[in-house]
Design a binder for this molecule. Structure first.
Ligand code: HEM
Length: 230
């Protein structure tokens, strides 16, 4: 692919292979392999899924799509937003957060208590499987007005006081997602390129059917029509 022998490659795997810690030690092959698997499994699938649902939401809500596209046009100079431009993409970020509320890509997380515990009225025995689903609090009318509505404005300016775990698309506690900042960065770059260049349309006003696998998946392929904007 025309790589320059003088210039070391700049891709992620090359960075991992050549990285050194403060003692000059590099990563073992096994660690590089495990990191690649993390990026692929924990990182790729989740971001791809979240953007699938967001593009569908934007196609079904053309007014909101126009607002996101207008912000991108105003803030981003060129194809890829810089760090400062990404910070200024407030409404775009709000739309991403709102789609993670309605369609959390990781719909459930599980824990196995190492000793019996009392949780409210429940005694949870050691070794049992406890599953917590973000889907439930994310659509709970106690914390969200019109919870089924896609409304990025709820994330703009002062946000309503809510319990910490009314919203946890990235989990929480010691195992909170280590890739959450990276995911938001990826999403803003991809959205800038998508919406800076194309308008996304759909004839369907129906929310997609869902298929809960390892990630939250649409029941059938989401088909959108693209129109060039520029
Ligand atoms: C929208 C995108 C993403 C979502 C919704 C998401 C969601 C989550 C959730 C809910 C957890 C907690 C799992 C648990 O508690 O059992 C988690 C953990 C994790 N995520 Fe993400 N993630 C995303 C992107 C990424 C990316 C881009 C990476 C890496 C490049 C990543 C790497 C990880 C890793 C390594 C863990 C395990 C952390 C630990 O157990 O200490 N994630 N993620």
């Amino acid at each position: 692919m025309g790589a320059d022998a003088e210039q070391p490659a700049q891709d992620l795997i090359s960075h991992m292979i050549t990285a050194e810690d403060e003692d000059g030690d590099g990563m073992s092959d096994a660690l590089v392999r495990d990191n690649v698997k993390t990026f692929l499994l924990a990182g790729h699938e989740t971001v791809a899924t979240s953007l699938t649902f967001l593009m569908d939401l934007l196609a079904r809500n053309p007014g909101i799509q126009r607002e996101v596209a207008a912000e991108i046009d105003e803030v981003v100079d060129g194809d890829t937003p810089s760090r400062e431009e990404r910070r200024d993409l407030e409404y775009t970020t709000a739309a991403f957060r709102e789609s993670l509320r309605l369609y959390p890509p990781i719909h459930s997380i599980s824990r196995e208590p190492t000793e019996s515990i009392q949780l409210g009225d429940y005694e949870v025995p050691e070794g049992s499987m406890v599953t917590v689903s973000a889907w439930v609090p994310h659509r709970d009318p106690r914390w969200w007005e019109t919870p089924e509505t896609f409304d990025p404005d709820r994330w703009m300016g002062e946000t309503r006081d809510r319990p910490e775990f009314a919203y946890f698309p990235f989990g929480g506690g010691p195992h909170v997602c280590i890739g959450r900042h990276f995911a938001r960065m990826e999403a803003k770059i991809i959205l800038s390129q998508f919406l800076g260049n194309f308008e996304f349309r759909t004839d369907s006003l129906e929310a997609p059917d869902l298929q809960p696998g390892f990630t939250t998946q649409p029941g059938k392929a989401i088909e959108l029509e693209l129109r060039e904007r520029r």
